[in-house]
Design a protein around this ligand. Structure first.
Ligand SMILES: C[S@@+](CC[C@H](N)C(=O)[O-])C[C@H]1O[C@@H](n2cnc3c(N)ncnc32)[C@H](O)[C@@H]1O
Length: 280
């Protein structure tokens, strides 16, 4: 089979689920990710014959996409700000809202800051902060051993120095008043919201990364706030990504602790998605 025949097979197989422009994007992305083909190959060399291995990889990818697997898990790659992050089914695919949080927060960093990223997953936030502010020191923590293992691979590949720690946030403590900056995008979907979540998210992304306990939609925030309340210096900064449904509960919880100057920021969709606060 040649490239153009495979492109047509992708179109025929996926046209009931996706727009043609999306199918073509995915096909091109798979060709460039797996085989390092130049993106112009479909136009410039459409008759290029594919090897048996290439055909088998493309067939497997087509099957995954047909079954609604996100493209990032098919190629194992995702883009986060200026970084190419490896992802697999053990970590959440980094979201544009999280890029916004990271960009917003990075403006508050100062040279030499000590930073902790709680619930780090692929390590995207920690990696981007350190990449763009090399003088800071960063720790990334996550309960999932597999997530931390992937985060380690990401930092090695990108040559970004981070201390990665596998721990439950409940058991994680730092010396009192030792940190300048705490950031987190913790799990924030309450199980009652499950019907509003796309099947591709529910079926492929790790449940540990998505859901809060049934009895407390801000369970993880409470632990992040307790941690930050103890570990941040006076004037230290706290940043969260938020579930817009529960933003007020998180804001109240932050105000109940020793924080002031709480700000809520909307994301590109106009949803209340980010919080910042200063340790009093
Ligand atoms: C919403 S994901 C965020 C991942 C990454 N920071 C991002 O923004 O793409 C939440 C992460 O919290 C981790 N997590 C869940 N429960 C945890 C706990 N009790 N302690 C530490 N990390 C936990 C999950 O493994 C997951 O990687």
């Amino acid at each position: 089979m040649n490239i153009i025949q495979f492109r047509d097979l992708f179109r025929d197989t996926l046209s009931s689920q996706f727009k043609i422009i999306e199918v073509d994007f995915m096909f091109k992305n798979i060709l460039t990710s797996f085989f390092k083909f130049n993106p112009t190959i479909i136009a410039l060399d459409p008759q290029k014959r594919l090897s048996k291995i290439q055909i088998s990889k493309l067939n497997h990818s087509l099957l995954l996409i047909k079954n609604d697997c996100p493209l990032q898990y098919v190629t194992g790659k995702s883009f986060f700000l200026n970084l190419e992050i490896n992802v697999d089914s053990n970590v959440l695919i980094p979201r544009p809202e999280t890029e916004e949080l990271t960009l917003w927060s990075t403006k508050s960093l100062t040279n030499g800051d000590k930073v902790v990223d709680l619930c780090t997953g692929s390590g995207c936030i920690a990696l981007a902060l350190k990449k763009n502010n090399p003088s800071i020191t960063v720790k990334g923590i996550d309960k999932s051993e597999r997530a931390i293992s992937l985060a380690k691979k990401n930092s090695k590949k990108l040559n970004i120095d981070i201390e990665w720690i596998t721990t439950d946030i409940i058991d994680f403590h730092e010396e009192k008043s030792s940190l300048d900056f705490v950031i987190s995008n913790p799990p924030y979907i309450h199980p009652s919201e499950i019907t509003n979540i796309q099947p591709r998210v529910i079926n492929y992304e790790p449940k540990l990364a998505l859901f809060t306990p049934n009895d407390d939609p801000i369970f993880y925030y409470k632990h992040c706030i307790n941690f930050a309340n103890n570990a941040l210096k006076k004037g230290g900064k706290l940043f969260f990504e938020l579930n817009p449904i529960y933003y007020k509960k998180v804001e109240n919880q932050v105000l109940k602790s020793n924080f002031s100057k709480v700000k809520i920021k909307k994301d590109f969709m106009g949803k209340k998605r980010m919080l910042s606060a200063i340790k009093s």
